[in-house]
Design a protein around this ligand. Structure first.
Ligand code: SF4
Length: 489
């Protein structure tokens, strides 16, 4: 078996999953990476190349077989003169009696005055911590272990050239944390049976095996499909012999489910008050029909503003940034789509915010206090963030905040849906809303926006921005469709 540093990556990214490296080792077909993943890869490559260019001359060890590259890497290390780019370090290790070849390809190996090398990887990530990127720390430590195995002494440094351009030191643990992960992967790959891994809506969303795993989970009525049954509870129930939601309904009532213990971080926790809602959701799934819990607490108004933001996470920009503040009034007196986009210049972020405040002010002048309807907490969080960043001189943002109406908790409290998620994109389909664009989504929109920033072709930029605006406008229409559906309950 060949284990590589990429196995550690696929164990943790896009979400922690023991099944993903197993499926990769077994050669199971995976979906092509989407526009967002391709964008990240492209930006990562550019980041790495710009760092390489800053280092001066180097020995380029790309190309050739692993064995040839390993031999050249060791020869270069022996000379101790050059920076080594994409060298190969390889060793053999026994796991439970099984001989494993372990391979690592660090981006840079940099000779030091004391005759050893610093090992460095270039990463787009800006927060290199155990919580944010355990895979990066483990990959570097694996390189350190491979270096020590081959050279007989520890590397001088392990470093990450991060998305901020800083060099972050990684503490060397002689490969211990990397090996915990690789050991689990190797044991799983060698086992007779595929390891069980519960599906999860956000966990599986960006994974190349999503169609495969969700198809199987739906076919087998996996208990993990029940909204409210988290990863820990899925595993705890499985250990009790409960694999499906019909079995859950068959074996438990609210009282008996509430005392089931599930892992929660390092501790165990009772299901408690969530038991009632879990069993209701399982019933909705089993019957394939919705269950009304209480009338939706939507205040009656003649008009409502649908409100939806598109943003970039901090690894994509200097700051986490909202590049589109979308709004539109629906109801008895509908208004035009009011997108406030950030411009591409230096003050673009502030200008986008100010346009949003101007649009909001115009809405208040025409409609008075009117609910700003949104889905989940992103809009509220970013409103607060931008007030902190740029202020709110006329109190418009404060007025928007007072009028915010989050439809997600209202929907959850009022109706149990026969669906595995309460994401807007899932519920809009359920209520019959249809989009015009084949490809869409928050990640897709981010990828299009970055493409628009980077292009020098004005026509292409306008076309990309139009696609993003259409996507955001359809998000608003979808939210309105869900609101109307709720109002009919
Ligand atoms: S789809 Fe979900 S369960 Fe399947 S490999 Fe990916 S993250 Fe794991």
């Amino acid at each position: 078996m060949r284990l590589t540093a990429s196995d550690i990556y696929s164990y943790y990214r896009p979400s922690r999953c023991t099944l993903r490296p197993y499926l990769k080792h077994k050669g199971v077909a995976e979906a092509e990476p989407g526009a967002y993943v391709q964008l990240i890869l492209r930006l990562g490559e550019r980041h790495e190349q710009s760092h390489l260019a800053s280092l001066g001359t180097f020995a380029d060890l790309r190309g050739g077989s692993i064995e040839e590259r390993q031999a050249t890497t060791l020869a270069e290390i022996k000379k101790g003169a050059s920076i080594i780019y994409q060298g190969v370090l390889k060793a053999t290790e026994s796991i439970k009696g099984l001989s494993c070849e372990v391979v690592g390809i660090p981006d840079f190996m940099i000779p030091q005055a004391n005759g050893t090398y610093a090992i460095r990887d270039s990463k787009m990530s800006r927060r290199i911590t155990e919580d944010d990127h355990p895979e990066i720390l483990r990959q570097l430590r694996l390189y350190g272990w491979l270096y020590e195995r081959n050279i007989g002494r520890a590397p001088a440094e392990l470093q990450v050239h991060s998305g901020t351009g800083q060099l972050i030191d990684v503490v060397y643990d002689h490969g211990k944390s990397a090996w915990q992960c690789l050991h689990e992967i190797a044991v799983n790959v060698e086992a007779d049976q595929e390891p069980y891994e519960p599906v999860g809506w956000s966990k599986c969303d960006d994974c190349g095996f999503k169609d495969r795993c969700w198809g199987l989970a739906e076919k087998t009525k996996d208990v993990a499909l029940v909204e409210g049954v988290d990863q820990g509870l899925s595993i705890a129930l499985r250990r009790m012999g409960i694999k499906t939601y019909p079995e859950l309904l068959d074996k438990f009532n609210v009282e008996s489910l509430s005392i089931v213990q599930k892992p929660h971080g390092a501790k165990m926790q009772r299901v408690g008050k969530k038991a009632e809602s879990i069993l209701r959701m399982a019933t909705a799934l089993a019957r394939r029909e919705e269950i009304i819990i209480e009338p939706p607490a939507v205040p009656r108004h003649e008009n409502y503003v649908m409100f939806d933001l598109e943003g970039l996470p901090p690894q994509m920009d200097e700051i986490d940034k909202i590049y589109l503040w979308g709004m539109q009034v629906f109801g008895q007196k509908p208004g035009a789509f009011l997108p406030a986009t950030s411009s591409f210049g230096e003050d673009g972020d502030r200008e986008g915010w100010e346009r949003f405040l101007t649009n909001s002010k115009a809405i208040f002048e025409e409609y008075g206090d009117i609910p700003f309807v949104h889905w989940a907490s992103y809009e509220k969080t970013n409103l607060d963030k931008y007030v902190q960043r740029y202020g709110d001189e006329d109190g418009i943002a404060a007025r928007v905040r007072t009028n915010l109406l989050d439809l997600l908790p209202i929907t959850k409290r009022s109706v149990a849906l026969p669906l595995p998620s309460y994401g807007l994109k899932v519920i809009e389909k359920y209520v019959g809303f249809k989009r015009t664009q084949e490809e869409y989504g928050g990640d897709w929109s981010m990828a299009k926006y970055i493409e628009a920033i980077e292009t020098h072709d004005d026509k292409l930029r306008a076309q990309l921005m139009n696609e993003i605006l259409t996507y955001n406008n359809e998000d608003l229409q979808a939210t309105w469709a869900v609101l109307q559906w709720l109002l009919r309950k």
